[in-house]
Ligand binder design. Structure first.
Ligand code: TRP
Length: 362
C-alpha cells in the first residue's frame, strides 16, 4: 500500500485521552479496581492553545461536508465523559481489552529475552503497560527477574508522563522509565538505549481504529523504522463488526456518549466564541459497512445559523457534523495493513466473543 506522509489530511487530528484528572479508578463486576486505565485514543496534532481551537473548528465547519477535529473532544469535561463511557455496560471495549491483556501478558513476555524495552505509543498512564511490566522471567538462570528493564512511554501530555514516571519509580525501582513527550503520529527519535536489548512497541486502546487506514499504515511503518529491525510490536484492535453490538456501545441509553459528542459544541461556545445550542443537534452513531467503521455525527434538528468566531455557519435541517470514526478491522485486512508497514504476524489472541484482537508482530 502506498501512502504519502505529506498527504495526511489535517482533519486526522485526534488527541490523547486521559482518565479524568485526579486519577480515576475503573471497576467492573467481579474484577479488582483498576487504577486509571490508559484511555488513550491518541493521534495527531495536540492543539496549540493559542486560539487555534476556533481556527481548527472553522476549517471543518466551513467545508462542504462538515467535520470537527476529534482532538477537541478531550477537554477536562470530555475526558471525564469518556471515562464514564468506559464504564458503561454497553461500551465493552475497554474492559474486553484489559482482560485480554491480563490473560495474555505472560505469553507475550515469554517471547522476549530478559532486559527488554517496552515503548508505548499514546501512554497517558501505566495501567495497561503494567500488565506487561510486572511479568518476570519464568525459566533459565534469570528466573524471577522482570522481563522488561526499560519503559519508554510516549505521549503529548507531559504532566501525566511525569506523574507516571514518579509512580513507577516508587512501585518498580528496578525499572528505567524514560518518558518522551511527543505526538506519536510524527517521527519520534527514541532515547539511546542498550542496542542489544530486545524492544517491543505497544499500541493498545484500539486507538488504531480512530485513524484513517492510510494514517494507520503510515504510523505502523514509522514505528517499524524507529524501533528497528528485530523489534516486536504488540497491537490491539477492535474486530467486532456487528452493528447490533456496536451501535449501543456508541449510542448508549443513558446518553453519556451523546453528552460526550455534544460537549464539542459546549467547548466551542466557551473557547471559540460560538453560539451553539447543543440540544439543537442530535447525537447519531451509524455503522458504515462499506468503510467498516462506526461514524459519530451531530445532526442539526432544524435549519439554523450558528456564529463561530464571528463567522456565520449555516446548517440545513438534518445536515450533519461528522465528528469521529472508529474503524473495525477484519483480521485479514489488518494483516494486509501490517504487512504494508513491514510487519508480520507471529502470534495472535482474541477474547472468547471475538470482539477484540491482540497481535504480536515482528
Ligand atoms: N477510541 C474510542 C472508540 O473509538 C473513542 C470513543 C468512544 C468515541 N466513544 C466515542 C469517540 C464516541 C467519539 C464519540 O471506541
Amino acid at each position: 500500500m502506498a501512502y504519502d506522509e505529506a498527504a495526511r489530511p489535517d482533519t486526522s487530528v485526534v488527541l490523547n485521552v486521559r482518565a479524568a484528572p485526579g486519577h480515576a479508578t475503573y471497576e467492573h463486576e467481579g474484577a479488582p479496581r483498576i487504577e486509571a486505565l490508559n484511555l488513550a485514543v491518541a493521534a495527531t496534532a495536540p492543539h496549540d492553545p493559542g486560539g487555534s481551537v476556533a481556527e481548527a473548528a472553522l476549517q471543518g465547519l466551513l467545508a462542504a461536508s462538515k467535520t470537527l477535529p476529534p482532538a477537541l473532544f478531550y477537554d477536562e469535561e470530555g475526558c471525564r465523559l469518556f471515562y464514564e463511557i468506559t464504564r458503561l455496560p454497553e461500551y465493552y471495549l475497554t474492559r474486553t481489552e484489559f482482560r485480554l491483556l491480563q490473560s495474555t501478558a505472560p505469553e507475550v513476555a515469554a517471547e522476549l529475552p530478559p532486559g527488554a524495552t517496552l515503548v508505548e505509543y499514546g501512554a497517558s498512564d501505566e495501567t495497561k503497560a503494567e500488565t506487561l511490566l510486572r511479568q518476570t522471567v519464568r525459566s533459565g538462570s534469570a528466573t524471577g527477574k522482570p522481563v522488561f528493564r526499560t519503559y519508554i512511554p510516549i505521549d503529548v501530555a507531559e504532566p501525566e508522563l511525569r506523574a507516571m514516571r514518579d509512580r513507577l519509580a516508587q512501585r518498580r525501582p528496578e525499572l528505567t522509565v524514560t518518558p518522551v513527550t511527543a505526538d506519536f503520529l510524527r517521527p519520534i527519535p527514541l532515547p539511546e538505549r542498550d542496542s542489544d536489548s530486545a524492544i517491543m512497541g505497544f499500541f493498545p486502546g484500539s486507538t488504531i481504529g480512530n485513524l484513517e487506514p492510510e494514517a494507520a499504515v503510515a504510523f505502523l511503518h514509522r514505528a517499524r523504522l524507529s524501533l528497528g529491525w528485530g523489534a516486536r510490536f504488540l497491537l490491539g484492535f477492535d474486530t467486532c463488526r456487528d452493528p447490533e453490538r456496536l451501535v449501543p456501545a456508541y449510542d448508549d441509553p443513558a446518553g453519556v456518549t451523546a453528552a460526550f459528542n455534544r460537549n464539542l459544541l459546549v467547548r466551542l461556545n466557551r473557547e471559540a466564541g460560538a453560539t451553539f445550542d447543543p440540544e439543537a443537534f442530535a447525537h447519531r452513531a451509524v455503522w458504515n459497512p462499506i468503510e467498516s467503521r462506526i461514524e459519530m455525527h451531530l445532526v442539526s434538528r432544524e435549519a439554523q445559523t450558528v456564529i463561530v468566531a464571528g463567522q456565520p455557519v449555516r446548517f440545513a435541517r438534518d445536515e450533519t457534523i461528522h465528528t469521529e470514526n472508529s474503524y473495525k478491522y477484519a483480521q485479514p485486512r489488518m494483516r494486509e495493513m501490517a504487512a504494508a508497514a513491514g510487519w508480520s504476524l507471529t502470534k495472535k489472541w482474541s477474547d472468547s466473543n471475538d470482539l477484540f484482537a491482540l497481535w504480536l508482530l515482528d
